[in-house]
Structures are given as structure tokens and as C-alpha cells.
Design a protein around this ligand. Structure first.
Ligand code: PRP
Ligand code: URA
Length: 210
């Protein structure tokens, strides 16, 4: 069975994504919006975190109330553009550890090339959320998921802002155990491998490198 695709169905996310797509949006606003939308999708991606209970004394009385079970969690951005989403995840899950995977798409072949990898020592015991704004051909995310499996990780989710149908199909084919959380699914890829209508080059827009 394929992993589920969770598409955010929320007016705040829809509105913020439209501002993100606008080519006139400044680098500062783009960066802030990526972080905010990341925070909102994290809310959905953490819906199944296990809870336990603890005693708490309110100003009124003692009670037993829910608290996170403290299951270990790691957020893994795909460099560079994934870095833009880390802050939003950490605001929701401050105790998360952060691992980094450096990948870039070869502009001719569109194949991902790895240039960096640094993980928390105990990453195999952690639930892993891989983050990247764009799921285009799916090559980068599929390779990143493969690396995390080589580390021994068994509970992996993928969070993106925009996905192309081609990218979703590749993840479902290569990694049917991985659920995808995305802000929206766009129409298609163009011949250069960009998402249409998309938002352009996410890394360049986050870091102002164009
Ligand atoms: C972008 C994006 C993804 C990848 C998606 O990164 O952030 O990592 O492309 O494309 P794919 O699904 O076809 O693999 P890019 O390679 O431009 O590197 P950058 O983040 O350093 O800009
Ligand atoms: N990477 C991007 O940054 N944008 C796209 O549309 C596709 C891949």
C-alpha cells in the first residue's frame, strides 16, 4: 500500500502559499512565509505523536492532563532550501534534534548529488521528518529518504510546501511506507524540472542568491 498524501486544506496555508508564489514577494517576506507555512504543516504532520498523562496542579485543583510521551524526534532539512523550514518545525517541537543532508540537483540530468550529511548519533531511534519546500521530480527527496533508511530509521515522513504529481508518484513507488505532508499539489513539471505554476527556485528565493 502507498503512503498517504496529506494535502493541507486550510485557508491560512492557501493564502500564504499564494503570496509565496508571487514573484514580487521580497526575500524577507518569502523567508518568513516559508517558516510560517512550515509551522502550520508541522501541526498536521505531528497529529499522531503519542500522548501520556501527568499530574498537574492548576490554581483551582489537582488534575491529570495529557502531555507528549517524549518520543524522540528529528527534523532533517535537505540543504539548502530545506533550512527555511527548520525554524517552523522547531517552534512546534523545540526538543527535536536536527540532521542535515546536502543535495543539489544536477542541472542537466536533474539527478541529486550528495555533498553533506550529519545526523544526531541516535537518529535510528527517532521519528524523522524530512523537510524541503519543493518535491519536483522527487529525486532529491527519494534519495534523502534512502539515506535515512541506511541510517536505520524506520519511521520517516516527508514535508514539502509544493509537490508535483511526478514527485509524489516517485516517492510512492520507491518509499511506499512514507507519508507526504504538503501545502498544495501543483499541475506538472516543465521541461527544466520546475514545478508549474510553482514558486520558482526555492533556495534562490529564500537566500536571495539570484
Ligand atoms: C531544489 C529543492 C529540492 C529539489 C527538488 O533544490 O529544494 O531539494 O530542488 O527537486 P527534485 O524533486 O527534482 O529533486 P536544489 O537542487 O535547487 O538545491 P538548493 O536547495 O541548494 O537550491
Ligand atoms: N526546485 C525548486 O526550487 N523549484 C522547483 O520548481 C523545482 C525544483
Amino acid at each position: 500500500m502507498n503512503g498517504k498524501v496529506h494535502i493541507m486544506d486550510h485557508p491560512l496555508v492557501a493564502h500564504k502559499l499564494t503570496v509565496l508564489r508571487d514573484k514580487e514577494t521580497s526575500v524577507k517576506d518569502f523567508r518568513e512565509l516559508v517558516s510560517e507555512i512550515g509551522m502550520l504543516i508541522t501541526y498536521e504532520a505531528t497529529r499522531d505523536l503519542p500522548l501520556t498523562t501527568r499530574e498537574v496542579e492548576t490554581p483551582i485543583c489537582k488534575t491529570t492532563a495529557p502531555t507528549l510521551k517524549g518520543k524522540k524526534f528529528a527534523v532533517v532539512p535537505i540543504l539548502r532550501a530545506g533550512l527555511g523550514l527548520v525554524d517552523g518545525v522547531l517552534r512546534m517541537v523545540p526538543s527535536a534534534r536536527v540532521g542535515h543532508i546536502g543535495l543539489y540537483r544536477d542541472e542537466t540530468t536533474l539527478e541529486p548529488v550528495k555533498y553533506f550529511c550529519k545526523m544526531p548519533k541516535d537518529v535510528a531511534e527517532r521519528d524523522v521528518l524530512i523537510v524541503d519546500p519543493m518535491l519536483a521530480t522527487g529525486g532529491s527527496a527519494s534519495a534523502a529518504i534512502g539515506f535515512m533508511k541506511e541510517y536505520g530509521c524506520t519511521n520517516i515522513k516527508l514535508m514539502v510546501l509544493l509537490a508535483a504529481p511526478e514527485g509524489i508518484e516517485l516517492i510512492q513507488k520507491n518509499h511506499p511506507d512514507v507519508d507526504i505532508y504538503c501545502g498544495a499539489v501543483d499541475e506538472k513539471l516543465n521541461e527544466a524540472g520546475y514545478i508549474v505554476p510553482g514558486l520558482g527556485d526555492a533556495g534562490d528565493r529564500i537566500f536571495g542568491t539570484k
